[in-house]
Write a protein that binds this ligand. Sequence first.
Ligand code: GLA
Length: 385
Amino acid sequence: MQKDVLAEKFLDVFGSSPEVYSRAPGRVEILGNHTDYNEGYVLSMAVDRYTSLAMKHSSGNFRIYSDLVEEPLVEFPHSEIAIKTNSWVDYLKGVVIALKSKGLEVTPVDIFVTSDVPLSAGMSSSASFEMALVEAFCLLFSFELSMAEKAKVGQSCENDFIGANTGLMDQFTSLSGEEGSFVFSEYRNFEVKRIPFPAGCGFVVFNTAVKHDLSLDYNVRRQACENAVAEISKSSRGIKALRDIDQQLLASYKSLLGKDVFARALHVVGENERVSKALSFLSVGDIESFGQLLFDSHQSSIENFENSCPELDFLVKASIESRFCLGARLSGGGFGGISIHLVQDQQLKEFREEMSLIFEQEFGFRPKSYVCKSANGASSHKYLS
Ligand code: GLA
């Protein structure tokens, strides 16, 4: 939402003007599935959908209002910051606590928040909320944090307060997005590079509406990856994460690891390789080969990581058969959520229509879909008083 419109809405609710404005985008993961917490590589993209908020110091309690929920105004004293409510307000609490654990004290604020990032769909509405909060707090309280530190505040909120052991990719992408670019990120040295978005192409995103609590299977998958590293590092030197393992080394441990752990690790190792290949293909404009990597990634999700579902498989299979689609896969944690589909610009409309129709014939409803453009990352501004 535009800065000025948000200021008016804030005034209506709280009776005074806000001091700062921030916004942070959602994201789609292009390649590099479950690689971030394995110190690996990711290609992702911030999308042109944002969580935006206006904020001001409060003299009493924390007060937060969202036009997206039924009971919009939530109020609580500072003394209740660590009390979980199992609602969206927990993200505010988790972020405040994470800042506090870095020695950065946040006093009560009033917040008006809104978003056009689809909620609980796999486009990281929660990370965009966290990053919009962090940006606003940094400006309002003059905190100086690097990009990685800001991202880690969001991760700490997820890991330590919400209970989802997620990596840093969602927050990194939300902070580092740039119009016309993919975000390439790596999670050992925390480096980020922008890669030009292929000209003449776009992504259609389908929301399967299959919801999944990421804190369940996600954490189990993460544990399997850690078990693989623990086993391999017993006898191979210098192995700290799946990032350090290639397919050949992994294959030599196949019998020792057991079927499931081997398959989970194979997915991650394959994803790291696919990200590297993607960079080469993109650098020479080979979009067909790049698109094929997306199909390959999805196949590995089906066979190895087992983080797909029938709705996602249907969309990807139909994309392989469609003459319009260059590549498709599930995006993000998996087990439901969204799929992404790479299509030439002039065919986006036709493809979207074609897929919506056949999905409806199979599952009885038209899935929500979005044409997503690469977008700029999080930002914040002061309102002039
Ligand atoms: C979720 C997590 C990310 C990442 C992806 C899978 O989006 O929040 O950290 O692990 O799943 O790649």
